[in-house]
Design a protein around this ligand. Structure first.
Ligand code: AGP
Length: 612
């Protein structure tokens, strides 16, 4: 969704801003803009609808912007269509103050109407413009920028991360946050603000996370952060481990392909530090034995692909722990009546750690007395900070909108958690435990093996990319996996696709199967392969074309029905989806490539969904 970058430094700000915005492009946007204040207090603003290249062309055509203090923004439209006027930064009618903002101001209409009654003219349809017009209004009243900022923060309701420039303060920028991520970077050339750490990696890896209701005053040489009472705070600085190359394409055509190919390493980094002397060690859960023994129910709450990991977890954890485990969509969970309480564990899964629905579900769970354990990729993100326990996936930055390495690392970590809990609860025998641990350690090499079959995925995709509807079917863990395969395909290739529990087909969906319909049949879950075969026969006999995903142990059974196959090594049933997802990711990738789609930035989608 929207992205913010800001710079207060000794060098020209505009290039730093454009570089930061480029690194934020992956979040999804439809317009972009920058504002720079010169040393003599001239506020310069340029913004435009469309990609950053349009903004660059605009900037090149005019006199260069000069000044070391600036803010930039990529906007993903919520209030008001994507156009030049609605793009950020927004400037007040006096032309003194500029603001970039992520989030939504819920009471913007009420404020807008009251300002209009005072004679203030609005030019955009955005909620953000009320911030800047209100700021100018209070600035005129108090003649002090900080007073005006606090007055605005007291008046607005909703979520915000914002960067503020004022032409009367040409040596500083201000920043504020509530319920939307914002961090401060400390660099040699100056100091930064950003909504996302990837925008800062080429400048600094030393950051501070702003908390709700904090306000920061940032100059080239100093950062001061205040709380809601205007008390100066001593904030901790954090070192980011990701390096800049991790957020670059490194010779790959797309970030998505690069991230798919990084999975052996991402999975290894997530697993191996957590296996010590043949035992799964989750340091993060040290001292939680009493609590764990009391857990009587687990909810796994997440959105999109992370929810699909939750579906895998539902089958796996329930089987391992013998307690009820439910996978819930975060957007539904928060408005339903989940059975929360002290003996319920809520597991929240999120790559970004900023997904609003997941964060809201987490807060609801905590409010109602449950402990929250999160599986998160981005360090210091809101979900990580607000959880009782955090397990980090060590996937590194994920730039492509379609998640791949975050999904696999979330899945291995959830499986590891399940096995760890099973041991704590004495629900797993030593032999089974040892076999799973050995299996986990073998996964990175086996993922490499699956990745070696690129030619096959490419060849099969080139035969089917013209289909306009695809069904994924599978049972048990294969059903959970099919959900992800289907989502991958639709989000990047725009092909309509559905995923069904294979046994459900006969209850309605089979009416859609006709000669030529493409069905991706998942048959990797060993205990149910025979049943999956029957489902393949059912759809084939109605004319479907079938691509099967199966293992080297069951390939002969399945090959009696189709010759189009993705074959992966057979491993323990609970680890099988980790390998199974790889061909599905690559199938979707090559289909989208054949269709000429914008793979890394699919239409209408944003990497991190920070609005409801
Ligand atoms: C999947 O490819 C998507 N980009 C999307 O479904 C994503 O998994 C979902 O929005 C959740 O995001 P999160 O993991 O950052 O919370």
């Amino acid at each position: 969704m929207c992205g913010i970058i800001g710079f207060a430094g000794k060098t020209e700000a505009v290039e730093v801003l454009l570089d930061g915005l480029e690194r934020l492009e992956y979040r999804g946007y439809d317009s972009a803009g920058v504002a720079v204040v010169s040393t003599d207090g001239k506020l310069q603003v340029k913004k435009s609808k469309g990609r950053l290249s349009v903004l660059r062309t605009l900037l090149e055509a005019e006199e260069p912007m000069s000044g070391g203090i600036g803010i930039g923004h990529t906007r993903w439209a919520t209030h008001g269509e994507p156009n030049d006027v609605n793009a950020h930064p927004h400037v007040g009618q006096e032309g003194k103050i500029a603001v970039v903002h992520n989030g939504i101001i819920e009471n913007y209409l009420e404020i807008k109407n009251s300002l209009i009654r005072k004679g203030i003219r609005f030019s955009s349809d955005t909620d953000t413009e009320v911030i800047v017009q209100l700021l100018e209004y209070y600035y005129k009243k108090y003649s002090n920028l900080m007073d005006a900022v606090y007055a605005v923060l007291n008046r607005i309701k909703g979520a915000y991360a914002m960067g503020i420039l004022c032409s009367d303060y040409p040596e500083q920028m201000l920043a504020a946050r509530k319920d939307a991520p914002l961090l401060i970077g400390y660099g040699e050339e100056g100091n930064y603000i950003a909504s996302d750490v990837t925008a800062l990696l080429s400048h600094t890896r030393t950051v501070t996370y702003m908390e709700d209701d904090e306000v920061a005053v940032i100059t080239a040489g100093k950062v001061e952060i205040y709380d809601s009472d205007r008390t100066l705070l001593e904030k901790e600085k954090h070192a980011i481990e990701w390096d800049v190359t991790a957020a670059e394409k490194g010779g790959y055509a797309h970030f998505m392909l690069k991230e798919i190919m990084e999975q052996p390493e991402a999975v290894r980094k997530t697993i191996s530090p957590r296996i010590v002397d043949g035992k799964i060690v989750l340091e993060e859960l040290k001292g939680t034995g009493d609590f764990i023994r009391n857990v009587s129910r687990i909810y796994i709450v997440a959105c999109g692909s992370a929810y699909h990991v939750g579906m895998v977890g539902k089958y796996t954890l329930e089987k391992l722990l013998h307690i009820p485990v439910e996978a819930c969509l975060a957007s539904e969970f928060r408005y339903s009546e989940p059975l929360l309480g002290e003996s319920t564990l809520v597991i929240v899964i999120s790559q970004s750690g900023e997904t609003l629905d997941s964060l809201a579900a987490l807060r609801e769970a905590k409010r109602r007395g449950s402990k929250v354990l999160s599986i998160v990729n981005v360090m210091g993100s809101s979900i990580a900070r607000e959880s009782d326990y955090v397990l980090y996936t060590w996937a590194g930055p994920e730039i492509a909108v379609a998640t791949t390495k975050a999904y696999t690392t979330q899945m291995v970590l959830l499986i590891m958690l399940g096995v760890y809990l099973a041991r704590e609860l004495e629900q797993i025998g030593q032999e089974e435990y040892d076999a799973i641990v050995e299996g986990l350690l073998r996964l990175p090499e086996q993922i490499k093996q699956v990745l070696n079959e690129l030619d096959n995925y490419q060849k099969i995709a080139s035969r089917y990319f013209n289909h306009n509807s695809v069904f994924y079917i599978g049972r048990n863990l294969d059903y959970a996996l099919g959900l992800e395969g289907s989502l991958k395909l639709k989000e990047i290739s725009y092909i309509h696709s559905e995923s069904y529990a294979a046994g459900e087909l006969k209850h309605g969906t089979i009416s859609l199967i006709e000669p030529g319909t493409l069905v991706v049949a998942l048959a990797t879950y060993a205990p149910l392969v025979e049943k999956s075969l029957s489902n393949i026969v059912e759809v084939k006999s109605r004319g479907a074309e079938v691509i099967a995903l199966t293992t080297d142990k069951t390939v002969n059974t399945i090959s009696s029905q189709t010759s189009e196959m993705f074959v992966i090594p057979e491993v323990q049933a609970i680890l099988q989806p980790v390998l199974g997802v790889i061909p599905l990711q690559l199938f979707a990738y090559y289909i989208a490539l054949n269709r000429g789609c914008d793979i890394d930035k699919p239409r209408n989608l944003a990497k991190s969904v920070t609005v409801e």
